[in-house]
Design a protein around this ligand. Structure first.
Ligand code: FMN
Ligand code: SF4
Length: 460
């Protein structure tokens, strides 16, 4: 039984934190409590009062952009599905397409979807009913990160309750609409989050990305039109259906509408997640919500949207965290999760760590990524260990071009380039110091303090 006081305070936050106000990590709401708190109203409105095209118009008007990393407008993505373009198809188009919710979430520094999946599973199911109905899909899938065991268990319980209460299955709420929803847990590779690799994995194939076009909206899962949307993107739908597009736009002070679940990790006092109006400044996020830098540390740089985004530096602190503004500052909003670097840590070591991840997760399908990421790791290791030369810096810069957009099948390699290239620009001195002095200030400090600690310890 949910504590009524908890529910009252959660409902008080409904207007400012629509996505997270019902999150309860200890004990997510069961279907009765979720309905009492206003749940399934959006799905009811969609399936009983609106046509798929009317839902599409509402979502397009709201200006919702995808929260999976690229910020692509959701309504525009949906409108490419043939059943929403051709009038005759739209009339009898059931079972012609699939919806997939992308809950793979393996981007380092990103943990927002897990919060929604574990904390309010019925909200995602309601969202998927709305999206599937709009796309005339009778089968939908949640592609879940393999390690998200708690989320898998809670989602399955919520799906079972939704079937028992006629929110899934045949003739949903007395309408002619039918939907079956399945969970698919990933075997566990970062590349499975890329939408076409994800589709291959779901078909039981090796998770290599597919060449585009055709785009999944036209030919996706088993060759049928398929929409892949992120967990957070979908979770906005019940609220847009309930309150309308204008309300959604007004949640944010700038041109990117809605709220965003931002995160911060790294050298901050309070790592965590916060649902805030889209466009909050980096400064507010870092210093008010994440509590500022760990004591004794100054900000050196940060990745604004997960591991595959470009570094920003202290001069960017007043940049709003929305897609356009972060883009103009030279990076990407990505998943909205800050990874913060302090002035007592080495940027070369941090970038080496990130590149090791990308090299390990490269699916190996295209040469620039398969060889380029491994080569970058080799060079960075040399530099980090004080054995680099200035030629290594030139070679790293060339590698960044070799792996850039348009030269690979998917965005993993360009994503790996972003922190590397920007680190070489903003932290050039650190790279050069490694080469000239064979070491860096951070290591010297660490070595000195380690020597000091052992000296004090040995002296008793
Ligand atoms: C290497 C790689 C990994 C990705 N991982 C994820 C992921 O875990 N979750 C996600 O939603 N999108 C991920 N994406 C983006 C997806 O391909 C896709 O754009 C996204 O799911 C679309 O959802 P949206 O339109 O709702 O943002 C990844 C992309 C790449 C290139
Ligand atoms: S860029 Fe990397 S991950 Fe993407 S298809 Fe090529 S080898 Fe695979």
């Amino acid at each position: 039984m949910i504590d009524p006081n908890w529910l009252t305070s959660a409902l008080a936050q409904a207007k400012t934190k629509p996505l997270t106000h019902l999150v309860n990590l200890e004990q997510p709401l069961n279907i009765e409590d979720y309905i009492c708190a206003g749940g399934y109203c959006g799905a009811r409105k969609a399936v009983t009062e609106l046509t798929p095209k009317e839902v599409l118009a509402l979502v397009s008007d709201s200006g919702l952009k995808g929260r999976g990393g690229a910020g692509f407008p959701t309504g525009m993505k949906w409108s490419c599905v043939p059943s929403l373009q051709d009038k005759s198809l739209a009339m009898n188009a059931t079972g012609n397409s699939y919806l997939i919710c992308n809950g793979d979430e393996m981007e380092p520094g990103t943990f927002k979807d897990r919060y929604l999946l574990e904390g309010v599973p019925h909200q995602l199911i309601e969202s998927m009913i709305i999206a599937s109905y709009t796309l005339s899909a009778n089968k939908a899938f949640i592609f879940l990160r393999g390690e998200y065991h708690v989320a898998a268990k809670r989602l399955q319980q919520a799906i079972d309750q939704a079937y028992e209460n006629n929110w899934l299955g045949e003739r949903i709420q007395g309408t002619g609409y039918r939907l079956d929803l399945y969970i698919h847990t990933s075997a566990g590779r970062y590349i499975c989050g890329e939408e076409t690799a994800l589709i291959n994995a779901l078909e039981g194939k090796r998770a290599n990305p597919r060449a585009k076009p055709p785009f999944p909206q036209v030919s996706g899962l088993f060759g049928k039109p398929t929409v892949v949307n992120n967990v957070e993107t979908l979770s906005n739908l019940p609220h847009i259906l309930k309150h309308g597009g204008e309300w959604f736009k007004n949640l944010s002070p700038n041109s990117d509408p809605g709220t965003k679940i931002y995160a911060a990790c790294g050298q901050v006092k309070n790592p965590g997640l916060w649902e805030l109006p889209m466009g909050v400044t980096i400064r507010e996020l870092l210093y008010e919500h994440a509590g500022g830098m760990k004591s004794g540390m100054q900000l050196k740089g940060l990745l604004p949207g997960g591991a595959s985004t470009d570094f920003l530096v202290p001069e960017h602190l007043d940049t709003p965290m929305d897609f356009d503004s972060i883009g103009k500052a030279g990076s990407r909003l990505g998943t909205g999760g800050l990874i913060v670097l302090g002035d007592k840590h080495c940027p070369v070591a941090m970038v080496l760590n990130l590149l090791q991840f990308f090299a390990q997760e490269s699916c190996g399908w295209c040469t620039p990524c398969r060889d380029g990421t491994a080569w970058a790791v080799e060079i960075l290791t040399r530099i980090e260990h004080g054995q680099g030369t200035s030629k290594d810096l030139t070679q790293l810069a060339e590698l960044c071009d070799f792996m850039w957009l348009g030269k690979t099948h998917c965005a993993l390699a360009p994503g790996a380039v972003e922190p590397l290239k920007s680190a070489m620009r903003y932290f050039k001195d650190d790279f050069e110091q490694h080469i000239k002095q064979g070491c860096c200030t951070y290591h010297q400090n660490n070595l000195l303090s380690a020597k000091y600690i052992s000296k004090v310890a040995n002296n008793g």
